[in-house]
Every structure is written in structure tokens, then in C-alpha cells.
Design a protein. Structure first.
Length: 384
């Protein structure tokens, strides 16, 4: 059975934001902390002790910001007319919430209700051809008329054309920087139009400038939001193909618009079709297939399970720190049992006499140290 995360009040929401802004902790670890401790407040309160009792690598890597910094960001977003959605907020996009590395919080400018609608991702080349731009605008208009919301990254070329074609029905732009950072700068009018008629979202804090390392993070959100991803023009080393890889990891269907073999911008889409992507020449190709896929989406959501914090046959308690001496014993034993081959965490229970709470505590420490990797099926392995 899927574990239901608790509802949040104002203080809880600030705790979610505070935890999300801890440098050196990724979204998957964030989620495991919250699931293990039963909420963001408890996880945030426990974090200093976990770090103190971890090794020097953890203490150097993880930084907890001051509370006033979090309150300032919260207040500035509210003053802009924005909203912070936590992973358990009723308006958090449901298709994104079920992926393991979903952001703990999303900053949103615009209309949050569009985030709960069925979305199609349209991505492609920044230096798009004129015919590519015309095609994607028409495709976006028709998909919007069919009831879908278009999600893309507001970049030059295909992304911007997709947003422009979908404006009347609402469209979602995912930014690599903060929601207050208009990028590219030439798209200021489009940015404001999207805020007015759709939504602009980001997981980054306000004033964060977009930079190279943030675009793959942005792309994974696009992949998580959509039911299906359509690629229109993408060169061999295109960022759109990174989005495709992430969408495949999330079980999304991939569509591609074919192009001339003589145009380098067609390489990505043509190659995807060779690999089994659905060929698209009109909106009906997407609408018919995604309509059938939606019937299985709810089942996929029901099957989604937390990646940690589950013990067969019993309720989960927050991991309580063992004594210093006992911690060293547990740590040594757990490390000796683990290796590069993934092992079910229940096997750690069977092969030791430690409580799950203490095992969970050590696993969190190892993960924060970058020494532990989680795999599907609640399995773990050491990073060798």
C-alpha cells in the first residue's frame, strides 16, 4: 500500500521549503527523510543530529540555511503574487508527484489549477526551422483545443512556439532559474502572457540565474509533468534528448516529428522513431494514443510506492538515533552486509538483530555521505 504523506499547515510549508533549500541533499534523499520522520518539520529537526553524527564528508557537503533566509524567500514570492506548492499540496501536479525525484517544492506564478490538467510536453531545437515553428504552433493549438495543457521550457525556437500556440488554453513554462528570472530575456512578453493565462514554475530559489547544470534539472520536471513528450527537431547532442531519457525513466510515451535526413536538426527525432518512438504528422497521432494511455496512468499512480520507510507487516516509526557506541556497531555491520549488488532492505532486518529505526538511521547517513544508492523495489547498494 502506498504511504500517504501528511497534509501541511503554514509552519509545515516553511519547513518543506527550508528542507528543500538545504544544500548538498538531493530530492530523492529529501523524500526519504520526510517519509522516515513522518513530515518535513520532524526531518528538519533531526537533520542537525544526523549531520553531527555523520563523517566530515557529510558535514562539509550539507548546509542548512538560516530560518530568516527561508522566511524572506517565502515572503517575496507571496509579494509577487506567487505560491509555493509542497509535494503533498492538493495543487501539486499529480503526474509529477509520483516520480521518485520530484521537487519538494515548486514556486509558481500564474494559475495553479492548470498544473492538475493532463499535459503534453513539446520540446525541440532552439535554432528551429521556419517550418518546424509553424508545425509546433499548429500542433500546440490543436492539442490545447483537445483539452491538453502544453508544457515546455520557454527557450528560443520550438519551446517558445509551443507556448505561443497554446496560450489561449493555458500553458506551463518550466524555468531553469528562479520564477522571477525571465530567460531568455527576449521572451519577456511571452513570460508575462504565460503568467496571465497559464503558469510559470521552478524548483529553484528566487533570483537564481539559469546556468548549464540547472537545465537537466528543469528538463526532468518537464518530463515528470507530461503524459507524453513530443520532439520536434533536435540535433544529435540536443538537450531535448536528455528530456527524452528522463521521460522514458518515468514511463512516459515518446513521440517524434520526422524531418529531412539532410537537416541536422532532424537527427534526434528521426533516430527516436528508429528506436520506437511514435511518429507524429498531426495532432491526432498524439491525442488518440495518449487517450488510451491515460487509462493506465491511474494504475501507475496506485503502484507508485515510497522508495524508503516501508517495512513489511508493520507501521513505520521515525528513525531514532542510537547511542554513539551502538551507532558504530550498526554502521560497521550494515556496511559489511552491503556491496555493489542491490540488496532488499528487509534482508538487512533478517540478517541482523537491529531495529528498523536504527537501520534506517544508518542508511540515511550513508546516503548523505554519497556512499549509498537506492534502487527500484526498496533495494540499496554501496557506491564502490
Amino acid at each position: 500500500m502506498t504511504k500517504t504523506l501528511p497534509k501541511v499547515d503554514m509552519e509545515d510549508q516553511l519547513a518543506w521549503l527550508h528542507l528543500a533549500r538545504c544544500r548538498g541533499i538531493g530530492p530523492k534523499t529529501h523524500r526519504r527523510l520526510i517519509e522516515s520522520y513522518g513530515g518535513a518539520k520532524a526531518a528538519l529537526a533531526a537533520l542537525p543530529t544526523i549531520l553531527k553524527r555523520g563523517d566530515s564528508v557529510v558535514r562539509r557537503k550539507v548546509t542548512i540555511p538560516e530560518r530568516r533566509v527561508i522566511e524572506d524567500e517565502w515572503g517575496r514570492l507571496q509579494a509577487m503574487g506567487g505560491r509555493m506548492l509542497t509535494l503533498v499540496d492538493e495543487d501539486y501536479p499529480p503526474s509529477l508527484a509520483v516520480v521518485a525525484d520530484a521537487p519538494l517544492v515548486l514556486s509558481v506564478l500564474g494559475h495553479t489549477h492548470v498544473l492538475k490538467k493532463d499535459m503534453i510536453g513539446l520540446v525541440g531545437a532552439r535554432r528551429a526551422s521556419a517550418s518546424g515553428v509553424l508545425f509546433v504552433r499548429e500542433l500546440a493549438e490543436e492539442l490545447t483545443a483537445a483539452g491538453f495543457v502544453i508544457v515546455s521550457g520557454m527557450a528560443h525556437g520550438i519551446d517558445s512556439a509551443a507556448h505561443e500556440g497554446a496560450l489561449q488554453g493555458g500553458t506551463v513554462a518550466v524555468l531553469a532559474g528562479g520564477v522571477d528570472q525571465i530567460y531568455p530575456h527576449e521572451k519577456e512578453k511571452l513570460y508575462h502572457d504565460i503568467v496571465k493565462q497559464g503558469a510559470v514554475v521552478s524548483e529553484e530559489k528566487l533570483e537564481t540565474q539559469p546556468r548549464g547544470a540547472l537545465f537537466p534539472k528543469r528538463n526532468r520536471i518537464i518530463a515528470g509533468l507530461c503524459l507524453g513528450l513530443v520532439v520536434i527537431e533536435a540535433e544529435k547532442r540536443s538537450g531535448s534528448l536528455i528530456t527524452v531519457s528522463q521521460a522514458l525513466d518515468y514511463g512516459r510515451d515518446i513521440f517524434a516529428v520526422p524531418g529531412s535526413p539532410q537537416d541536422p536538426r532532424s537527427w534526434g527525432a528521426n533516430d527516436l522513431i528508429k528506436q520506437g518512438a511514435f511518429l507524429v504528422t498531426e495532432s491526432k497521432d498524439v491525442i488518440d494514443h495518449v487517450g488510451a494511455y491515460k487509462e493506465t496512468l491511474e494504475e501507475k499512480k496506485k503502484e507508485a510506492k515510497p522508495v524508503a520507510g516501508r517495512v513489511a507487516g508493520g507501521a513505520v516509526k521515525s528513525p531514532q538515533p542510537p547511542s554513539e557506541q551502538h551507532l558504530a556497531t550498526i554502521h560497521s555491520r550494515i556496511v559489511s552486509l552491503l556491496g555493489p549488488t542491490p540488496l532488499d532492505t528487509n534482508e538487512l532486518l533478517r540478517q541482523t538483530d537491529f531495529s528498523w529505526q536504527h537501520i534506517s538511521y544508518v542508511l540515511l547517513q550513508l546516503e548523505l555521505e554519497g556512499r549509498l544508492t537506492y534502487h527500484a523495489g526498496n533495494r540499496v547498494s554501496l557506491v564502490m
